[in-house]
Design a protein around this ligand. Structure first.
Ligand SMILES: [Zn+2]
Length: 231
């Protein structure tokens, strides 16, 4: 195998390694990130808090209604006990009872309204709970898939790196140093030659360079310095 061909293979391996490493980085970046689940949980928590507030309002209102009902009952009893003889006192008590009843009606209407609101928030809580369950299940499936992908990428990277080691070991150390230097400076070190053109810089190569490269010698492009490879 010519040196150029060997280096070209090394480059293909390096490109593949870089590609797989990029994919691995993306997968690792997505592993353990559960922003969607957290957002769904926060939405549910906020709705639950709203429900608690309505329920609290409802309880305190119902306590008020109970108190009023007791007061009305006591006043009613007093009113019909026959103990109060003074007509003025009687009518004032009657008036008081009427006011209490009106107030009680008002609170009961408010209570119904709060019950309605609490019910609709309760339905919201149920819907958000289901949503959270679905999102969590979906997330778990995705995480499982990502874990598998990560394992597959790691295994393939392992193979590629071994392959690279073998190729590098077979290459002369000075040539390898040139390859590494070019790769560092140019991104990639070996350029294919197609129809007499260096694919690294798209310059037409002089026939002397082409001939040398064809003979299997290590030739660098006069323009971009990349190692020329004639497939
Ligand atoms: Zn070139």
């Amino acid at each position: 195998m010519s040196v150029a061909r060997q280096l070209y293979q090394l480059q293909e391996t390096d490109l593949e390694i870089a590609d797989e490493e990029g994919k691995l980085e993306q997968v690792v970046g997505r592993l353990g990130k559960n922003a969607v689940v957290v957002a769904a949980q926060e939405k549910l928590d906020a709705e639950k808090k709203k429900l608690e507030e309505w329920q609290h309002q409802q309880r305190s209102l119902e306590g008020e209604i109970d108190d009023l009902a007791n007061k009305i009952k006591a006043s009613d009893e007093q009113l019909y006990s026959g103990r109060i003889k003074n007509p003025k006192e009687l009518s004032s008590l009657q008036h008081e009872v009427e006011l209490l009843k009106a107030k009680c009606d008002q609170l009961e209407t408010k209570d119904l309204d709060i019950m309605d609101r609490a019910e609709s928030v309760e339905a919201g809580v149920a819907a958000l709970s289901r949503e959270l369950e679905e999102i969590t299940a979906e997330w778990q499936r995705e995480q499982e898939h990502l874990s598998q992908e990560k394992a597959a990428l790691e295994s393939s990277l392992n193979d590629l790196k071994q392959q690279r080691q073998v190729l590098a070991a077979e290459t002369d150390s000075q040539v390898l140093a040139l390859y590494d230097k070019l790769r560092k400076n140019k991104g990639w070190a070996v350029a294919r030659v197609e129809q007499g053109i260096c694919r690294g810089c798209r310059i037409s190569l002089p026939s002397s360079e082409l001939q040398q490269a064809r003979s299997g010698a290590l030739v660098q492009c006069g323009s971009c310095s990349r190692i020329l490879y004639l497939p």
